[in-house]
Design a protein around this ligand. Sequence first.
Ligand SMILES: [Zn+2]
Length: 381
Amino acid sequence: MIKKIPSFTEIYRSLIQIPTISSDNKHIDQSNKGFIDLLSNYFSDLKFSIQINQVPCTNNKFNMLASIGSGHGGLLLSGHSDTVNFDEKTWTKDPFMLTEVDNRFYGLGTVDMKGFFAFVLEVISSINIKKINKPIYVLATANEETDMSGAKYFIKSAIIKPDCIIVGEPTSLQLISSHKGHISYLIQVTGKTGHSSNPDSGINSIEIMNNIIKHLIFLKNDLKKYNHKNFSIPYSTMNLSSIHGGDTINRICSLCTLKFEIRPIPGLTLTQIEILIQEKLKSIIKKWSNRIIIKKLFSSVPPYQCSHKKNNIKIIEELCNLNSKTVNYCTEAPFLEKIAPTLILGPGSIKQAHQPDEYLDLSFIKPTKKIINKLIYKFCY
Ligand SMILES: [Zn+2]
């Protein structure tokens, strides 16, 4: 017997109620265990088989794969179980209480993206699940907001081969087939301090950093040569994000640090970016080999372009009457793609993600259910 699950709004509320904040700060970072348990209970009430796996080297975080139906192919609907942190001072509503007002659902994760699972549950509970002839999979990953370790771990051991993966990030129900990547660095220059009255008595780290920055800006301009016309900013971008160095006016600066990021377009790999940086800075690194440290900040995400091999872009464009687009933010798609062609399509706007008083506009409810329904009928019946 398939159990009756709670209403759409009740499920939505219960998903928002359980905090699942991911953060690089271990005092803020939370386990997603309670959320995964709740979600898996809902899916097992709908007769799905549940697989829960702990993601290694995390703060008690888990991935959940729920599946129903047998055979090859089918559809995987994927979302992340975690949210970013919130700033108490800027939220006017309780982030963990679903507040319905002004035709909106307010709460942390309403669009990015715990709410997506409420849509999936609602649609699945309304269809005749016994009639599917290809499997439906639902994946909830951990740590998307920090290092994407959940998605990375999942693809290592996954043996399923769906025909299509949909990541339900908030795209305002636009079909996203490619996005830029993200890679960030810290450069630290250690010079030698001394009295400013004799500049030659030390090694000024700001001067070395100045030379590094000059070469990075050459690279920034070189990156414009690689073009991808589908993006509104059609080339890989570089941003020098922060710089710190020195303290006292009459002291030679011994330590200077720079942080910068690059957002590569599809077609450029993260390795190619690293080689380009090394090449540009080669002469400076050679001269000051023991004084320059370059290290990656955060976990990098490769640029993504959905493969045309299985024609999924065209199939879903026609099915949902959409034209595929590109975006400048990153998702788990480049990792999940190892299993099947992946597209990004979900309710709510990215403009509300990571913002105080995050909300889902309720006008998305009807069309989202319709789209998920169509996708299941297309890939699983
Ligand atoms: Zn997200």
